[in-house]
Design a protein around this ligand. Structure first.
Ligand SMILES: NC(=O)c1ccc[n+]([C@@H]2O[C@H](COP(=O)([O-])OP(=O)(O)OC[C@H]3O[C@@H](n4cnc5c(N)ncnc54)[C@H](O)[C@@H]3O)[C@@H](O)[C@H]2O)c1
Length: 277
């Protein structure tokens, strides 16, 4: 069977759970070898220390053992693809560079980079904004995406081709009440995407963003039920998206079907951005 990503090598950031995990599994189903990376790994002697620094969501996930970085790599190998799991903190430039170098050594190339890692656990109105969380969100969501793009760039330049897919958010376009740091980073990602699309074109590197609306992940399930219902009520389709809905967009943008698409932010929102009343 002719799979759309056969022979390609993909690297996904923030893939221990949620959208990132599905963004690793789906390209593998579509034929790619996939490297699964995250700051959290199942067996990590420093897990408690790391999650304490990361914030409340990471702590809950670690305590409830919802970390699937290595197990996702194993699932991918069971599909008959090559895979590996690496600890990669996207804010740590040296670690990002060293993981990319190891991937090149072991897998020979990186055709697809999915910049998914982010923090989604902080909401506060400006007057209550925690400055440390503001800095953290910018570092991880925006600078982390920049760090990974910059580290993969020379390999993609040399290969004369590559696909970078950045995870934005509808809040980056519409704003999000209580989400000044998060929305700012996601708007920044759209600007970075368009700029790198212009700069990458001469090397056949396409750079696109996906703009998810409300997707039913572990983090969404942790919001209060009445808030969840209100958010779903804002969508035209009156339901949250599934992680697969985002992962299908990843496969499409990484495939030859999207070879003439660059610099876009593809909304996968169930019509959240439409005027419904
Ligand atoms: N779920 C949604 O409804 C939704 C909507 C819009 C956009 N998004 C975006 O999709 C992406 C995934 O969302 P999710 O709901 O799965 O989030 P999530 O919080 O469940 O997953 C984020 C992942 O990033 C990892 N991570 C955090 N800091 C890291 C770091 N410094 N280095 C490496 N990895 C790190 C976490 O460990 C986790 O595995 C994010 O970019 C998010 O902004 C999600």
């Amino acid at each position: 069977m002719n799979l759309p990503l056969a022979g390609k090598v993909a690297l996904v950031t923030g893939a221990s759970r949620g959208l990132g995990r599905m963004d690793a599994l789906m390209p593998a189903k579509a034929g790619a070898d996939v490297i699964v990376t995250d700051i959290l790994l199942e067996e990590d002697g420093n897990l408690e220390e790391t999650t304490e620094k990361m914030g409340p969501l990471a702590q809950i996930m670690a305590q409830s053992k919802q970390i699937y970085t290595r197990s996702t790599a194993k699932e991918i190998c069971a599909m008959g693809r090559r895979s590996a799991a690496f600890r990669m903190d996207v804010t740590d430039r040296e670690e990002v560079k060293s993981v990319m170098a190891k991937v090149i050594e072991q897998f020979g190339r990186i055709d697809i980079l999915v910049n998914n890692a982010a923090t989604v656990d902080h909401t506060a109105r400006l007057e209550h904004q925690n400055d440390a969380f503001w800095e953290r969100d910018l570092q991880i969501n925006l600078t982390g995406t920049y760090n990974c793009c910059k580290a993969v760039w020379p390999y993609m330049q040399e290969q004369k081709g590559g696909r970078i897919i950045n995870m934005a958010s509808i809040t980056g376009i519409m704003g999000g009440f209580g989400q000044s740091s998060y929305a700012t980073t996601k708007a920044g990602i759209l600007g970075l995407t368009r700029t790198l699309a212009l700069e990458g074109a001469r090397y056949e590197i396409t750079v696109n963003a996906i703009v998810p609306g409300i997707i039913n992940t572990e983090s969404f399930q942790m919001t209060k039920p009445d808030l969840r219902e209100r958010m779903i009520g804002r969508t035209a389709l009156k339901r949250p998206g599934k992680p697969e809905d985002i992962a299908h967009a990843v496969v499409f943008l990484a495939s030859d079907y999207a070879s003439y698409i660059t610099g876009i932010g593809l909304p996968v929102t169930g019509g959240l951005d439409l005027f419904t009343f």
